[in-house]
Design a protein around this ligand. Structure first.
Ligand SMILES: NC(=O)c1ccc[n+]([C@@H]2O[C@H](COP(=O)([O-])OP(=O)(O)OC[C@H]3O[C@@H](n4cnc5c(N)ncnc54)[C@H](O)[C@@H]3O)[C@@H](O)[C@H]2O)c1
Length: 370
């Protein structure tokens, strides 16, 4: 009960806070970026997105007409001149950096694209921020995979060492190191009066929700198979993973950016936004539950063959976000799967009309969880 009361005070202030704020999102054509743009527009923010074209076909960005009512710039993070020009033209007050080569398997195939986007892209963004005086708050979205995975059972804390076995995870660890270097070299809290920028990084794990159509992610793989009435091939059915709805970490990013803007650099540095312990489920359990929400046409089988290395369970300790931001995950794994299945079932019926349902889920989330 206490959590609900606390969070409801926060929602009002989140909505009030973001109304008319100028927010730039990199990666707005992607899964998390499109949801964040929908949410910010719903709160009345003035939103600008900068990213490459949609990373999948179909994509939430197109199905929910996310470009309507915002500025959408198609650009590469590696094109520093265009990135800088875009920030200077829009004059954002808040920047949320989500653009990335976000897939582990693709990072094995194309490490150069992964590192150039995820590491140098972050450097370019921070350089553009340094040259855009309107910016007051920056959140760099990395990943729980930024931590050196010791395959232990305890939750990782923000102070644990960075690492990464595969190119994607390591690129996210590198992006964290870049953030830390910029924080100390250019956006130091002691020199805040001079530079005026508060910088933080946000670490969350795998998220689920309607509108993700990426390759090699469990829910999108299931949806693609179920829509064709094929059986989905599941690798590692006994692997335990945390399952979190996309709106949960996004609420954390929004609260963090608000605190950076209002209270300044005391909210800088790394922040974990993970699910609660009881949202850990075996892959096989998730498949069964999602299949039961889906109903007719849902079949699955175990896949054979060699798969690239996958790290064991990596848990996040979110005590810092709970205590200092009063953030908590709002939906458990069961609710997250139900909301996700509802979105995809509606998409199966009406592929381009997903804006209203997506906004309804945002409103429902605000009503229930914030
Ligand atoms: N989805 C998850 O489960 C998850 C988990 C942990 C962390 N993350 C991180 O959250 C962020 C968003 O993830 P997502 O699932 O929405 O990813 P996504 O793959 O759906 O979207 C990635 C976005 O980045 C853009 N992009 C890629 N390369 C670019 C480049 N060189 N220049 C400009 N834009 C480029 C794409 O166009 C797209 O808009 C990423 O940083 C990702 O690493 C995601």
């Amino acid at each position: 009960m206490e959590k609900v009361v606390k969070q409801s005070r926060m929602t009002e202030s989140l909505v009030d806070f973001y109304s008319k704020k100028r927010v730039l999102i990199t990666g707005h054509t992607g899964f998390k970026g499109a949801w964040l743009c929908l949410w910010l527009k719903h709160m009345g923010a003035d939103v600008c997105g900068y990213s490459l074209d949609v990373p999948s076909n179909p994509a939430l960005f197109e199905a929910a007409h996310v470009a309507d009512g915002m500025t959408s710039i198609q650009g590469d993070l590696r094109d520093f001149a265009l990135l800088k020009k875009s920030l200077q033209a829009f004059q954002p007050e808040i920047v949320v950096h989500m653009a990335a080569q976000s897939l582990v398997r693709r990072s094995f195939i194309d490490p150069v694209e992964t590192y150039s986007t995820n590491v140098m892209g972050t450097v370019h963004l921070f350089e553009a921020v340094r040259q855009t005086p309107s910016v007051r708050a920056v959140v760099n979205v990395t990943s729980d995979k930024c931590y050196e995975n010791r395959e232990w059972v305890w939750g990782y804390r923000e102070t644990d060492p960075m690492g990464g076995y595969d190119p994607y995870s390591s690129s996210k660890g590198c992006s964290e190191l870049v953030t830390s270097a910029y924080l100390r070299s250019y956006f130091h809290p002691d020199a805040y009066e001079d530079h005026g920028v508060s910088l933080a990084s946000a670490r969350a794990g795998n998220v689920i929700g309607g509108g993700d159509f990426a390759e090699d992610r469990l829910i999108p793989d299931m949806v693609r198979a179920f829509m064709k009435k094929d059986a989905v091939h599941i690798r590692s059915p006994h692997a335990i993973r945390p399952w979190q709805h996309v709106l949960d970490p996004l609420s954390g990013y929004l609260m963090l950016a608000q605190r950076l803007y209002v209270d300044g650099p005391q909210f800088g540095g790394g922040w974990n936004f993970g699910p609660s312990d009881h949202s850990e489920l075996e892959v096989g359990q998730v498949v069964e539950r999602f299949a039961s929400f889906w109903g007719e046409g849902a079949n699955w089988s175990l896949a054979d063959g060699h798969h690239p290395h996958e790290a064991g369970l990596l848990k996040l300790d979110c005590s810092k976000a709970r205590s200092r931001l009063k953030w908590a995950p709002g939906l458990d794994a069961h609710q997250a799967l139900a909301w996700t299945a509802k979105w995809y079932k509606a998409f199966e019926e009406n592929q381009k009309g997903m804006g209203e349902l997506s906004r309804a889920q945002v409103r429902q989330y605000e009503g229930l969880c914030i």
